[in-house]
Design a protein around this ligand. Structure first.
Ligand code: GLU
Length: 272
């Protein structure tokens, strides 16, 4: 009897340590040995890109600044790829604490997640071949277009050009490959994302951004719905980054080389 009690106690202790290990990371304190898991894109040059073992881009720079303000040095950040169709699920399932991934603040998404920010404002545009005759969204009738499932881009272009032939992938880099090899006529998403692809060595001189934005995309930091405390911390960090001049420095370093004209920094919405 005594023996079984001891086994039961040992099993309970083992189960406890397993469950503690399982929820390790993303701790509240931050300053200790804990890590924070942050969702970014891995394939969007200038914004969120995995290069070798490192991560580059404006989203990455803002994420690093915010994490630091929350008590997590860069070596405490675990980066998690967060493609557009998966972002809400990654947040709701607790796989990421925060998402910085060209993630537009929308009312529909606010049903499932909360946002801090915005920390950047872009506009939806088109990427075409250099010799294309497409000069605006109206010119898309009868053309083959590509965008990403679950993005505002796919949704809004469908509203703007009803009946447009839209091919959807899960990442923009797949769309850009399809454009370069001639299987589609245009890619649509935010201008700042498209500028990053157009400036890549393998596409330079072959692809161009049309330059006729037709929406406003306010990039927010996604988090669990109702986490007002975290939202306020993130907003305070973004504000500090902007006011210190580090926001502009980060933008010039990451997005600047694409030739994209730096916009004014936005002010942040109240957290709810
Ligand atoms: N900003 C838009 C969105 O959040 C398009 C870019 C993206 O899919 O990341 O849907």
């Amino acid at each position: 009897m005594k023996f079984t009690t001891r086994i039961a106690a040992a099993l309970a202790a083992a189960a406890l340590s397993v469950s503690l290990a399982a929820c390790g990371g993303d701790g509240e304190g931050g300053a200790g040995g804990d890590t924070i898991t942050i969702g970014i894109k891995f394939d969007q040059p200038g914004l969120g890109q995995k290069v070798g073992d490192g991560y580059q881009g404006f989203d990455v720079e803002v994420a690093k600044y915010v994490a630091k303000e929350m008590g997590y040095n860069e070596d405490k950040i675990v980066w998690k790829e967060s493609p557009s169709p998966q972002r809400e699920n990654l947040i709701m399932g607790g796989q990421v604490k925060l998402i910085f991934a060209t993630y537009s603040i929308t009312d529909a998404r606010k049903e499932k997640v909360s946002f801090a920010g915005p920390y950047f404002v872009a506009g939806q545009d088109l990427l075409v071949k250099n010799d294309s005759d497409i000069t605006s969204v109206e010119g898309l009738k009868g053309k083959k277009l590509c965008s990403v499932t679950g993005s505002t881009s796919a949704k809004k272009v469908g509203e703007k050009v009803p009946g447009v032939q839209l091919q959807e992938f899960d990442t923009y880099s797949k769309c850009v490959d399809a454009l370069a090899n001639g299987s589609i006529d245009a890619v649509t998403t935010d201008d700042v994302i498209l500028a990053g692809y157009a400036a890549q060595d393998n596409y330079k001189g072959k692809l161009k951004v049309v330059g006729a934005p037709f929406t406003e995309e306010r990039y927010g930091v996604g988090m669990k719905k109702g986490d007002k405390d975290t939202c306020e911390k993130v907003n305070a960090a973004i504000k500090k980054m902007i006011e210190s001049g580090d926001w502009k420095k980060a933008l010039d370093k990451t997005v600047g080389p694409s030739g994209y004209k730096a916009p004014e920094p936005p002010s942040q919405d109240a957290c709810s």
